[in-house]
Design a protein around this ligand. Structure first.
Ligand SMILES: Cc1ncc(COP(=O)(O)O)c(C=O)c1O
Length: 398
């Protein structure tokens, strides 16, 4: 496929749209919720389902062992690190919680996070605060609209057990300075957990460059895989201090009547039973992106985000709700005199899919900015300029 300096060539955009059945007759602008799967992903899953029907799940799994193993290598090719650092899990939250609750957090320890942290992660912080006496320290937003790194650094002390932030918050367009936070974590000798649920497939992500010890993500968003599956990256350094919060017959072998032997790789966090169909679909989605080219695909997403971000402020009835400096393809906005849920329904009647973002998703940030809810628009690389123009016309008409 042809790649232009910034993004995909118009011919390639047509080609990727031809391989995306969901774009026919609809405009899908909820890619940070759940994107449209491309035909190779759908075919991989249909093939796996047919094998299950023809041979039964276990024989079908044996037949596809090579492809299943290759999925771990695909994750490592996409995100860096070693193959042994990766596990497939049920979702981003499933992977994140398994890693987090396996850390040796004790009374008096503190966790350093940021003002735009995701709800599920923050709820887990609150639980360990309540049950174990762990302190939560929140790095504030700088006037530039991004994490105040000097403040984050000042929150770290001898009792800091973890720095845990999201790469991109789910309800605004910021891209957190994850590499800078990685440098801070490394120089302080503190473990660094990064929620990359919104960033994998959206921007280039490399665990080595970022310097994180734990990274989690999902299949269904910018990676364009199926729902119901995600991944967990945990490097050896993090694994060496973790006690897996649950053990399964995949995590360990029952080696004698009174003992078990733990797996030494990240699959210690997996269970034997899983959706082989989803895992193969997810792996096909990663391979599809690798073939398309991560740089070009993510540049095209950025190009589309910029296209919308430039034009939305021209619409008199629209208020863009993202903080200053927001550039990602997660764009939040409100329409004068309309509830976000009504805007979503009206657009759905016109076959345009968007989503609403609520204060409960990133409470610290949205509460601070006085936003209860907003319309959330997220283009992908397969979003055409015509699709975005149709959205802008529809919003203007509201
Ligand atoms: C930043 C962030 N983290 C985690 C999640 C949860 O992902 P999952 O539903 O796959 O567990 C989301 C979902 O929107 C998210 O935006």
């Amino acid at each position: 496929m042809t790649v232009e300096a910034a993004g995909l060539s118009p011919k390639t955009v047509v080609a990727v749209r031809d391989l995306t059945p969901g774009v026919k007759g609809r405009i899908h602008l909820d890619n940070c919720g759940s994107a449209l799967m491309p035909s190779p992903v759908i075919a991989a899953m249909q093939n796996a389902l047919q094998r299950d029907a023809a041979f039964g799940g276990y024989v079908a799994q044996e037949q596809q062992e090579g492809k299943l193993e290759a999925g771990y290598s695909s994750l490592a090719r996409l995100l860096g690190g070693d193959v042994s650092d990766y596990a497939f899990v049920g979702s981003a939250v499933d992977g994140w919680t398994k890693a987090f609750y396996s850390l040796p957090l004790q009374a008096g320890d503190n966790i350093v996070t940021a003002y735009n942290e995701y709800c599920s992660n923050y709820i887990a912080f609150l639980q360990v605060k309540k049950n174990r006496g762990v302190e939560i320290r929140v790095a504030r937003q700088a006037p530039s609209g991004r994490i105040d790194l000097a403040h984050l650094q000042s929150l770290i002390d001898k009792r800091t057990a973890l720095i845990s932030i999201s790469h991109m918050p789910s309800s605004s367009g910021e891209i957190n300075q994850v590499e800078k936070v990685g440098e801070i974590a490394r120089s302080a000798g503190v473990l660094y957990q990064l929620d990359a649920c919104q960033s994998v497939g959206h921007v280039p992500v490399d665990v080595g460059r970022i310097g994180c010890d734990i990274l989690t993500g999902t299949s269904r968003k910018f990676l364009r895989g199926p729902r119901g599956i995600g991944f967990l990256y945990v490097n050896e350094k993090a694994r060496s201090v973790m006690e897996p919060v649950v053990l399964t017959n995949q995590s360990a072998e029952w080696s004698s009547a009174d003992d078990y032997s733990l797996r030494q790789d990240a699959r210690v966090f997996e269970a034997w039973e899983r959706s082989v169909i989803n895992q193969l679909g997810f792996s096909a989605a990663i391979d599809y992106l690798l073939e398309l080219g991560v740089e070009a695909a993510t540049q095209q997403i950025a190009k589309n985000a910029t296209y919308l971000r430039k034009r939305l402020p021209d619409l008199k009835n629209v208020t863009v709700e993202c903080p200053p400096g927001a550039v990602s393809a997660i764009i939040t906005l409100n329409i004068a005199g309309r509830l976000p849920s009504d805007v979503k329904s009206i657009l759905e009647d016109q076959h345009i899919a968007v989503k609403t973002a609520s204060v409960v998703h990133t409470r610290l940030d949205m509460e601070h900015r006085g936003i209860e809810s907003a319309v959330r628009v997220s283009p992908h690389y397969y979003t055409s300029t015509e699709d975005m123009d149709t959205l802008l016309t529809a919003l203007e008409a509201l």
